[in-house]
Design a protein around this ligand. Structure first.
Ligand code: SAH
Length: 251
C-alpha cells in the first residue's frame, strides 16, 4: 500500500516535471515565431539602407529553426528570443538576431557553400549558417567560449561545424578558399589574409571600425579578375576584433 502510494507520487512528480519541460519548449517555439515576425519588421524598416525588403527564405527558415535558448547562458535564457544582443560571458555578446539574419543573407550562401566564421562566440551564428550550407569552419580567440560553443553545437546535432580556438586574423588556409567569410567582431581594417582566402564570387561580411565608435557593416565582393569592391550596408556596434599577444598588432 505504502509502496503503491510512493509510486503514484513519484509518477506525478515525473509527469509534472515532463509537463513543465514540454511547456517551456512550447513557449520557446511560440517566442521564436514572434521573433521571426520582429526580424521581418526590422528588415522592412531598414530597407533603404540594406536594399532588402525581405531576406532569403532559407535564411528565415534557419532563424526559425535554431534554438537560440540553447546558446545563451542560463541567467539570460528568458530573453533568448528578444531581438537584441545578450551577454555570453568573458565580456562577449551573442549578436542581435536581426543582425545574424542580415549577415547570413548578405553572405549569399547555399547548400554547397563552405563558410568561414571569425568569432564563434556562443556558436549561434555558426548554427544558423550550418542549417543552410555544406560546412562551417569557425575560429574563436577566447578558449572557454570556443570550447563551450563546440559542445553546444555538438549537443544540438550540428555535425557540419568545425570549431578552432585561436586568433582568426590569419584565417584557416588549409580549408580555403571559402565561398563566404563572416567576421562577427570589428577590426579597424579588413584583415588581408581573409580577403586572400575568399573564393572568386564570394562575399566577406564584416563590421569595420574602431572600438566604442559606430562601425560600418561592410560586404567585400571578389570579382573573377581578383579585384575587390567594398559596400557599406549599415551602421552597427560589435565587440572589437582582438589579437593574441604573440601576433603583430592589428592593422
Ligand atoms: N558569432 C557570435 C558572436 C560573438 S561576439 C555568436 O553567434 O554568438 C564576437 C566574438 O569574436 C567574441 O567571442 C570574441 O572573443 C571573438 N573574437 C574577437 N577577436 C577575435 C579573433 N581575432 N579571432 C577569433 N575570434 C575573435
Amino acid at each position: 500500500m505504502v509502496s503503491a502510494f510512493r509510486t503514484t507520487v513519484l509518477t506525478l512528480v515525473f509527469l509534472s516535471l515532463g509537463a513543465s519541460l514540454a511547456s517551456s519548449q512550447d513557449s520557446f517555439t511560440v517566442q521564436r515565431a514572434a521573433l521571426i515576425e520582429d526580424i521581418e519588421r526590422v528588415v522592412r524598416q531598414t530597407r533603404s539602407a540594406t536594399g532588402r525588403s525581405a531576406l532569403a527564405e532559407a535564411v528565415m527558415a534557419a532563424m526559425g529553426k535554431v534554438p537560440r535558448h540553447e546558446f545563451v547562458p542560463e541567467t539570460v535564457r528568458q530573453f533568448s528570443y528578444d531581438n537584441r544582443p545578450l551577454p555570453i560571458g568573458d565580456g562577449q555578446t551573442i549578436s542581435q538576431p536581426y543582425i545574424v539574419a542580415l549577415m547570413t543573407d548578405l553572405a549569399e550562401v547555399g547548400p554547397e557553400s563552405v563558410v568561414l566564421e571569425i568569432g564563434t562566440g556562443s556558436g549561434y551564428q555558426a548554427a544558423v549558417l550550418a542549417e543552410i550550407v555544406e560546412h562551417v569552419y569557425t575560429i574563436e580567440i577566447v578558449e572557454p567560449l570556443g570550447l563551450r560553443a563546440a559542445s553546444t553545437l555538438d549537443r544540438s546535432g550540428y555535425d557540419n561545424v568545425t570549431v578552432r580556438v585561436g586568433d582568426g586574423y590569419q584565417g584557416w588556409p588549409e580549408f580555403a578558399p571559402f565561398d563566404a567569410i563572416l567576421v562577427t567582431a570589428a577590426p579597424e581594417r579588413i584583415p588581408q589574409p581573409l580577403i586572400d582566402q575568399l573564393a572568386v564570387g564570394g562575399k566577406l561580411v564584416v563590421p569595420v571600425g574602431a572600438e566604442n565608435r559606430t562601425q560600418s557593416l561592410q560586404v567585400l565582393d571578389k570579382a573573377p579578375d581578383g579585384s575587390t569592391r567594398v559596400s557599406d550596408i549599415l551602421p552597427v556596434v560589435f565587440v572589437p576584433f582582438t589579437r593574441s599577444e604573440n601576433q603583430e598588432p592589428a592593422p
